[in-house]
Design a binder for this molecule. Structure first.
Ligand SMILES: [Zn+2]
Length: 78
């Protein structure tokens, strides 16, 4: 089986978000703010960005704060 390697930082499935759709604890949808969060945290404080995006509960904040986009490392197919 040929293993397909993606370029680092580029998703193999068309730049789709692979963060869980909802918060594991309370069920709030967190994937909708992921793209904005990812862009803004390149220059801004993550805590401030989460406040601005209306992510108040710490269960939801941890979903975004602790997410590591490893889809490029684990996806075997393009
Ligand atoms: Zn939550």
């Amino acid at each position: 089986m040929q293993r397909v390697q993606g370029q680092r930082g580029r998703s193999l499935i068309g730049d789709r978000v692979m963060i869980p759709v909802r918060c594991y604890t309370c069920g709030r949808i967190v994937s909708d703010v992921w793209d904005v969060y990812k862009e803004r945290t390149k220059q801004e404080d993550p805590g401030q960005v989460l406040d601005d995006l209306g992510v108040k509960r710490y269960c939801c904040r941890r979903m975004l704060l602790t997410h590591a986009e490893l889809i490029d490392e684990i996806a075997p197919y393009e």
